[in-house]
Ligand binder design. Structure first.
Ligand code: FMN
Length: 334
């Protein structure tokens, strides 16, 4: 397994209530060296308690990540509030050497007051430091990108053999109407193509908050820009991280099954999430002929979203048949 692809991420508190902001906001990402020794989880929880209380009056939303001895914080909100927070956080002894690596004004991407994650990666601290400093250089040279691009570059960089296009490698989300079929298909495909499967687990903080998994693998061979396939859990659609990154997806593949009710419920959940983040990815209905119904297509098109059917000639397609049906769609995304 290549080092910077392999990671394990944990978020450990439930998302706050969704408040969908409108209008442009200031988006800042900084990195800092963590001084937290021992239980990072407990310290993150303490920070979370402050953030949830203090950020709201200023209309601030944050995502905080701890990885490789660094904090990465992504802050969004009105200019004054963001700068006040930066000044306050800069005095905190739990970290030092704060460096802003992204500042822009644009559409809000964080739709929850707080998102927290710890990513554990076998990548050496030295390698990660180099990537942090490379990002700092890019920022100083005036690079203009979305904050999501900076966040992904640091926390989930593309596999070394992925094409380096001008834009980014397309991302495609796999979701299944039932069970863990999206995860199984991705695992099977990664094994077949000898690609590294990166497994990440996001867990709720409360005892009754379920764990949420999100796995991905990069495939350089599909289309000129390659493709990252991300398998998500259905319940993960409600998570802040998923919302923030949903606009990064070129397509969402719905793996439909024999139950019309389940298929409709899955489609509805995806459409709601897309409405919340004002994003219209291509929705691909994948399955046997009967499973990819006109009802699903109507539902998607009624929301003005692009639709494509990837229908297998087999009534109950196995993984090979599913892949044969969807592969041409993915290749055409580029
Ligand atoms: C990496 C990091 C991120 C933080 N993020 C926030 C935040 O988003 N909001 C917040 O109110 N406090 C945050 N804090 C905590 C503040 O630095 C500070 O301790 C807290 O707001 C209490 O400030 P006060 O003692 O001036 O009330 C963060 C601390 C660290 C180390």
């Amino acid at each position: 397994m290549s080092t910077n692809e392999s990671e394990r991420a944990l978020t450990f508190w439930p998302d706050g209530e969704a408040e969908v902001p409108t209008g442009p906001v200031v988006r800042v990402i900084y990195v800092s060296r963590s001084e937290v020794r021992g239980a990072v989880l407990n310290e993150m929880r303490r920070i979370r308690d402050h953030a949830v209380l203090n950020n709201r009056p200023y209309g601030i939303r944050v995502a905080l990540l701890n990885m490789n001895g660094w904090f990465l914080q992504w802050i969004e909100g009105p200019q004054d509030g963001v700068d006040l927070l930066l000044a306050r956080v800069g005095r905190d002894r739990r970290h030092h050497g704060l460096m802003v690596i992204h500042r822009s004004q644009g559409r809000p991407r964080l739709f929850r007051p707080w998102i927290g994650a710890i990513v554990q990666t076998p990548e050496s601290d030295r390698q990660f430091d180099l990537r942090v400093h490379a990002q700092f250089e890019r920022f100083n040279q005036g690079e203009m990108v979305e904050p999501t691009a900076v966040w992904l570059r640091l926390s989930a960089p593309p596999a070394p053999d992925m094409p380096r296009p001008l834009g980014r490698n397309p991302r495609v989300m796999l979701l299944s109407a039932q069970g863990a079929q999206a995860f199984n298909l991705l695992e099977w495909l990664a094994l077949n193509d000898q690609r590294t499967l990166v497994r990440r687990r996001f867990a709720g903080s409360a005892d009754d908050a379920p764990d949420v998994e999100s796995d991905y693998a990069d495939f350089p061979g599909y289309g000129p820009r390659g493709v990252r396939l991300v398998a998500n859990a259905r319940k993960g659609l409600a998570m802040g991280m998923t919302h923030a990154f949903l606009p990064e997806f070129a397509a969402v593949v719905l793996m439909l099954d024999g139950s019309a009710g389940r298929n409709l419920r899955l489609t509805e959940r995806v459409l709601v999430a897309c409405r919340q983040v004002h994003h219209s990815p291509l929705i691909v209905g994948l399955g046997g002929g009967e499973q990819v119904s006109a009802d699903i297509q109507r539902l998607v098109e009624r929301q003005g979203m692009p639709w494509m059917a990837a229908i297998s000639p087999s009534a109950r397609p196995d993984k090979t048949e599913l892949w044969q049906a969807v592969e041409p769609v993915l290749t055409r995304l580029n």
